[in-house]
Design a binder for this molecule. Structure first.
Ligand code: FES
Length: 218
């Protein structure tokens, strides 16, 4: 049933039922669910809830994100111990972990939102930040640092108009990250592009690599 066809039940739901339903109120209060289905007068009513984050920006994800999350949850089962594998699969799918989706997963598998977020922030590997098509990780561990990895990072920042504070290009093509060791110290200085290792880098090679990647994206 569409929201537009719900009147006056829709308003009854909003004013009377939602405020009295703790779990639903929690979901809506946190503004983290897009779709709410409620059995009301023997019909399933579907509401679209507008979500805003603390900055007042709309944070709604497209429905397919939730559908994909449902698929991933179904693969792992609705159990609390599946939290990390589910988060990993979602991040593999989107290259980041949409916070709205994490809240949705938490509700679905029965863990608190606080617990889900504390797990996600504990592991460095999880990121709430949307990333570009190419995630370039520049190693700045000791072996790479002494072989001038800083010059490589500076070249990338300059070419892409990025900085320590701005990690992703506006066109969402490139994200630059630094890491402390990629486990390939013998090949220093090293960077990876979407997990493919590029050894013995220097600023000239970086320029050539960006040209190649830009060409691929056309
Ligand atoms: S320090 Fe760079 S790969 Fe280990």
């Amino acid at each position: 049933m569409k929201e537009s066809s719900l009147e006056p039940q829709y308003f009854k739901l909003k004013k009377e039922i939602i405020p009295k339903t703790p779990k639903l109120r929690w979901n809506i209060g946190k503004c983290l669910v897009k779709r709410v289905q409620i059995l009301y007068n023997k019909s399933v009513l579907e509401l679209n809830i507008t979500a805003k984050n603390s900055q007042g920006e709309e944070t709604m994800l497209e429905q397919f994100y939730y559908d994909k999350a449902d698929e991933i949850i179904a693969e792992h089962g609705k159990k609390q111990k599946a939290l990390i594998p589910i988060m990993q699969d979602i991040q593999n799918e989107y290259r980041y972990l949409p916070p709205e989706l994490l809240s949705y997963v938490a509700v679905q598998i029965g863990v608190t939102e606080a617990k889900a977020f504390s797990v996600a922030t504990f592991y460095e590997n999880f990121s709430f930040e949307k990333k570009g098509n190419y995630v370039i990780k520049v190693c700045d561990g000791t072996a790479c640092h002494v072989r001038k990895s800083t010059l490589i990072l500076e070249k990338l920042y300059k070419e892409l108009g990025l900085s320590k504070e701005k990690h992703t290009t506006d066109d969402m093509k490139f994200t630059i990250e630094t890491v402390s060791c990629l486990g390939a110290c013998g090949l220093a200085p090293v960077l990876t592009v979407n997990n493919k290792v590029y050894p013995s880098m220097n600023p000239e090679k970086v320029a050539a690599l960006l040209t190649e990647l830009r060409g691929e994206g056309q």
